[in-house]
Design a protein around this ligand. Structure first.
Ligand SMILES: [Zn+2]
Length: 167
């Protein structure tokens, strides 16, 4: 989860930095005129990041996604990638929303909603993790017991050792 949020923060941070630095940049033109710097940071960075984080936490809480399985260290890279993709798609949807709905809703609301949509789009189709499945290979371990040595009979993943480590 942390890697996903940090990766998304990087993308939104770069976006906010570019928006502040290059005033003729596309997104800046579409934001309300004479928005102060703090307003830009709030609209382009804080709101989309919180929306991404909240959506990811909600999806992680509602359905056990493999990508958030703490027993799998290899998921870190996938989390970071998912964060970058979710943020980039969020920027794309947000830019579109700013063009279409600019007169109807505040910029921060539009960009926040865009980030919720993009995060859900990226995470929802991802594989779920069954409670009884091996975290590494997905083999059904419902019949397994600690007597078997605590390792997956299919791939040898140390199920109980990884669970005890906690992350
Ligand atoms: Zn396995």
């Amino acid at each position: 989860m942390v890697r996903l949020v940090v990766a998304a923060a990087l993308v939104y941070g770069i976006l906010a930095g570019v928006t502040l630095y290059e005033e003729r940049w596309l997104l800046f033109d579409m934001l309300e005129t004479d928005v102060p710097a703090m307003g830009v940071v709030f609209t382009v960075f804080v709101v989309p990041l919180m929306a991404t984080w909240g959506t990811a936490e909600f999806i992680s809480w509602r359905s056990r996604k493999r990508i958030f399985d703490r027993r799998l260290r290899a998921q870190g890279v996938r989390q970071a990638t998912a964060g970058v993709v979710a943020a980039l798609v969020g920027v794309a949807i947000g830019t579109l929303a700013l063009v279409v709905f600019d007169r109807i809703l505040p910029d921060a609301v539009l960009l926040g909603m865009a980030s919720v949509c993009s995060t859900a789009l990226v995470l929802l189709p991802m594989r779920r993790q069954s409670l009884t499945a091996c975290p590494s290979c997905g083999y059904d371990l419902s019949g397994a017991s600690p007597a078997g040595g605590g390792v997956c009979t299919e791939c040898g993943f140390d199920v109980f050792g990884a669970a005890a480590q906690g992350r």
